[in-house]
Design a protein around this ligand. Structure first.
Ligand code: KG4
Ligand code: ZN
Length: 336
């Protein structure tokens, strides 16, 4: 049952094929290609929507052809076509969504419109048939979510950010520090040689009895600290390490609180910020201490990719769900 999925919600054009290979009975990734636009947007300090969508349009056809070739399949051998339907940039989403619908129409096969956040949510389980109940912490550029997962499609939102997403805070602070886009990996690199206790940045909402987050005060605090420092460039590692520590302390505390409250013994971590090795290590250690199991998506499936979209579509299709060819994209699509 090979299934082809397209992801084009922001600045990565990605195509993946998920199914059984000729040498195995288990489903796996037969192809997973990502064409990044980072170089295109780097000098502009962030993603420019019109440039992004035009670039998706250019890259999508050759990337689909390359994925089929890599999997050793023709378009006629694909049993379903999927694409990210939201959330994301409308003009970017439209490209992959329309392209996948066109492929489904031509091949007379089902189409599935997939929630990008469901892709992230399920990414720690790619290759598996069963999704166990768990507490999911999703930390991306646009979202910071705590979700109770009962089964595929049965999600309960427990907490979320009230302002900036965790990844967005990384990107904005990186911009203040004049680091290249995207900021997350740059901050992680510098933080490695810095002292996380050098600056006492605020842990917003840490002690409030809820599961929500707020990162905009932290961002402002970094800005004020920067303005007061005589030579901020000399303190970059300490600033990055201290900022990171403030973000991670709240993420970890609230994820553990949510798992305890909901009596869940498995915590998963996904989304672009989960590439950060310090966050993985700290959350893994905290889970271990509490006797909880920890799982995270592999770094290659943490930032935007089509493999997670194909995997989510596979589970939806298995449950008998498909989308109509008239399904529209939704830039603000909610997961729960
Ligand atoms: O999931 P993702 O690729 O895209 C969205 O759906 O938003 O997440 C991108 C976000 C960006 O904000 C980026 O700065 C952040 O993930 N990120 C990181 C790291 N790698 C990517 N944040 C912290 N540390 C990293 N190593
Ligand atoms: Zn994403």
């Amino acid at each position: 049952m090979p299934l082809l999925a397209i992801e084009s919600s922001c600045d990565e054009t990605a195509v993946a094929i998920y199914g059984k290979s000729s040498s195995s009975d288990n489903n796996s990734l037969l192809a997973s290609l990502i064409s990044s636009q980072i170089e295109l947007h780097k000098d502009l300090g962030g993603v420019v929507p019109e440039l992004a969508s035009r670039n998706h349009t250019q890259r999508i056809s050759p990337l689909v052809a390359e994925a089929l070739e890599k999997a050793g399949l023709s378009a006629q051998e694909i049993d379903a076509f999927a694409a990210t339907g939201g959330p994301g940039l409308a003009s970017s989403l439209t490209v992959g969504h329309s392209f996948a619908k066109g492929l489904a129409l031509a091949a007379k096969k089902p189409f599935l419109s997939v929630n990008h956040m469901e892709g992230h949510l399920l990414s720690p389980f790619v290759g598996e048939e069963q999704i166990p109940p768990h507490l999911a912490l999703i930390v991306s550029g646009g979202h910071t979510l705590l979700i109770r997962v009962r089964s595929v499609g049965d999600y309960q939102l427990l907490g979320q950010t009230l302002d900036d997403a965790a990844g967005e805070a990384f990107d904005k602070v990186a911009k203040m520090l004049e680091l290249p886009y995207p900021g997350g990996p740059e901050i992680e690199k510098l933080a490695k040689t810095g002292d996380p206790t050098a600056f006492d940045f605020p842990r917003s909402m840490l002690n409030e009895d809820n599961l929500d987050f707020s990162f905009s005060g932290l961002k402002t605090s970094v800005l004020y600290t920067l303005k007061k420092l005589p030579n901020p460039r000399e303190r970059l590692p300490d600033l990055c390490a201290s900022f990171q520590a403030a973000v991670f302390e709240v993420l970890i505390a609230k994820a553990l609180r949510a798992a305890r409250r909901e009596k869940l013994s498995l915590i998963t971590l996904s989304g672009g910020v989960s590439c950060n090795a310090t966050l993985r290590e700290q959350l893994s250690a905290a889970c271990h201490e509490e006797g909880l199991t920890f799982r995270s998506s592999p770094p290659s499936l943490s930032t935007d990719n089509a493999a997670m979209i194909a995997f989510a579509a596979y589970h939806r299709l298995r449950a008998g769900q498909t989308s109509s060819l008239s399904t529209d994209i939704d830039p603000n699509l909610k997961l729960a």
